[in-house]
Write a protein that binds this ligand. Structure first.
Ligand code: FNR
Length: 185
């Protein structure tokens, strides 16, 4: 049975390079992985006062979707050398109520995508800081800092770089192995 992998995109805009990259990953995923984007744009800003017996339906839907995933891949831009607020919000929503985090033990990966030269390194590593506490088992290699991303897609939004396609393939194979290793424990 294929592994169900939630793909969380850290940008909310329609023409997002990160969303295009997520679609490229979905298209290239090897058979043991089935990737699906899980949306975060409708999650209200995290507020502990909303954690009543009836939390916002968007919180519940998101938590249940991530909880049943076998793994999670984060595809994120860098905002001011850090993680976009919308993505951090989704991470926070999934982490609560205390003791009921949906992230614990999941095999994860981080791909950062930027038109800039640094490839979203700051966003990538700030996310990883939270993942230590949340116990997301994050793939270390290959690291995925994708710079110059405004040059990687054609007008239809399809990946037009063969070398990037090859690299994404290598990453996805490493991640597929990682998922099996973590879930076997
Ligand atoms: C950016 N951008 C940006 N890029 C970068 O490489 N490092 C950074 O620190 C920042 N900071 C930043 C802050 C804010 C508020 C915005 C809106 C943008 C530029 C960013 O990489 C670019 O807009 C990407 O295209 C955003 O990703 P999506 O939306 O294309 O996926």
């Amino acid at each position: 049975k294929a592994r169900d992998v939630a793909v969380i995109v850290g940008s909310l805009r329609k023409e997002s390079l990160n969303r295009k990259m997520a679609h490229a990953l979905i298209a290239l995923a090897p058979a043991p992985l089935k990737l699906e984007i899980v949306e975060i744009g409708d999650l209200p800003l995290y507020n502990q006062d909303l954690e009543t017996s009836t939390p916002p339906p968007a919180y519940t839907t998101f938590r249940e979707r991530v909880a049943r995933a076998d793994g999670v891949i984060f595809v994120t831009p860098e905002y001011n050398r850090s993680t976009p607020g919308a993505l951090k919000n989704a991470v926070d929503v999934g982490s609560r109520p205390y003791g009921h985090s949906v992230w614990s033990g999941k095999p994860g990966a981080v791909v950062s995508v930027s038109p800039g030269a640094i490839g979203g390194f700051g966003a990538n590593h700030h996310l990883r800081q939270s993942f230590v506490f949340l116990d997301i088992k994050v793939l270390q290699q290959p690291e995925m800092y994708i710079g110059g991303a405004d040059k990687l897609f054609d007008e239809a939004g399809k990946l037009s770089s063969d070398s990037t396609r090859e690299y994404l393939g290598k990453f996805l194979r490493a991640y597929a192995d990682w998922v099996e290793r973590i879930l076997a424990k």
